[in-house]
Design a protein around this ligand. Sequence first.
Ligand code: PNS
Length: 227
Amino acid sequence: MRLWGDIILEHLHATPFPIAILTPARIESLINLHWRFLRGPLKQVSALYPGSFDPPTNGHLDLIERGAKIFEELVVGILKNSEKIPMFSLTERLEMLKTLTAHLRNVRIEAFHGLMVEYAKSINATCVLRGIRAVSDYEYELQMALMNRKLEPTLETVFMMPADKYSYVSSRLVREVAQIGGPVKGLVPEFVEQKLREKLEPAYRFHDEMQETAARKPSRRERKRKP
Ligand code: PNS
């Protein structure tokens, strides 16, 4: 937190002349001083980024990195949902996200269950971070943000956009592609890609074998050319 002493010292640095001479720089500095007085000290915001992260994608990671730059602390909260059977267990998702965010010192990975707003309160988060990829996300996100505001009016939702190259990436589509043994390179971090391959080993083996067979099979033209 910035103290008044710091602000006044900063003001004096900007004003090398005696205080009575009103230079343009000094006037601007005084206006700034007044504005800061009215605004009060800037808040250090702790935010919660909730989600299922089943599995974490490059889009999630992109958003976490962006959030870590603007929030004092960012807690990534993985929902423990007893109604859905996830592809990755809670422990696996916790482990993956911890590994992927190990380089971000103000990011913490946790699991939660129940109402998100209650969990946010319990960790002193005053803000919820959510990603919006395309217009199609907006309706659902708006509904959720307004419902959360109804449940807890002091909690603000902040939306951020991931890099446009991830605008079509979702955990659901990644799961769908991977379950058929399709390539997910570039959509998820390499570490997650490896975990998907381990989990869906038979699907990947079958897909790879089919690809190899197709590559070995001579084309109709090649078959015709044979004596
Ligand atoms: O990654 P997802 O599935 O889009 O995340 C959805 C999530 C976990 C943010 C949302 O379902 C949620 O907050 N669930 C917790 C229960 C809750 O508070 N429900 C009311 C939401 S309006």
